[in-house]
Design a protein around this ligand. Sequence first.
Ligand code: NAP
Length: 254
Amino acid sequence: MITITLIGAGNVATHLYNALKKCEKVAVNQWFSRDLTQISKYNTEVSITDNLQELKESDVYIIAISDDAIEDVSKQLPFDNRLVVHTSGSVRLYDIDMKHHKRGVFYPLQSFSKAVELNFSEVPICIEALRKEDFNTLKTIGEALGCKVHKVNTNQRKALHLAAVFANNFTNQIYRLAHEICESEAADFDILKPLIKETARKINTVSPYKAQTGPAKRGDKKTIKKQLKMLDNDMQKDVYELLTKSIKQTHGQH
Ligand SMILES: NC(=O)c1ccc[n+]([C@@H]2O[C@H](COP(=O)([O-])OP(=O)(O)OC[C@H]3O[C@@H](n4cnc5c(N)ncnc54)[C@H](OP(=O)(O)O)[C@@H]3O)[C@@H](O)[C@H]2O)c1
């Protein structure tokens, strides 16, 4: 049995806790939050604390807190030479204080919101560790969660995190702009939902390059001109022009 101390009570920590408590090979030993009210409802099922000095001994300490606080909190852990990992896509492994020789990253590549249910078995876990046995411990945790585990180096993790910003955050913002455009003519955004689903489904079978369609890929200059005229919002115009340029460049249109 691998014992885990969870540090943080945000989106990731809460989803992790709820998934870990159902696993057979791992047990959450203790849960830390600087604001105890965030986790007080769990106090009948797990030991909770808001005091780092009270942390119990565990095999792994998972720090799932804001990126900017990871380094500082790792410095405050009142022990050394235990396995301490963070869950960030962009924070360096070496930002975990050096007194913890056993350092690692357990980065779940998914978008987590506390209020939105999520099937953890569909979350890829990107693992970095300095020592093979630590990698194996983290792999066991990932697999106990039913996740696909990937061994990555720092540059690969950072690239995946950056790619995730494009694939998730930017795509979602594009949905928002699409929503605004529908609203401007009182058209129902729901009518676009099958297209949105198909766009995501398609890349399971073909590359994003092959999946591309539309006026920019075809080089339909008149349609592009007409659509640009329809946009009265400068931000929407800028995004349309930039993405059209990017698609044209990728597909050799001028
Ligand atoms: N959300 C995602 O989709 C996602 C996906 C993959 C990885 N991650 C990574 O997972 C980590 C947590 O992200 P999240 O979305 O769960 O964040 P979040 O929901 O914003 O929660 C942040 C947590 O950090 C705590 N915290 C902040 N500063 C602290 C400090 N100085 N000392 C102790 N606790 C502190 C907060 O406590 P208070 O509530 O008291 O402020 C809160 O519990 C980040 O490294 C993030 O990059 C996030």
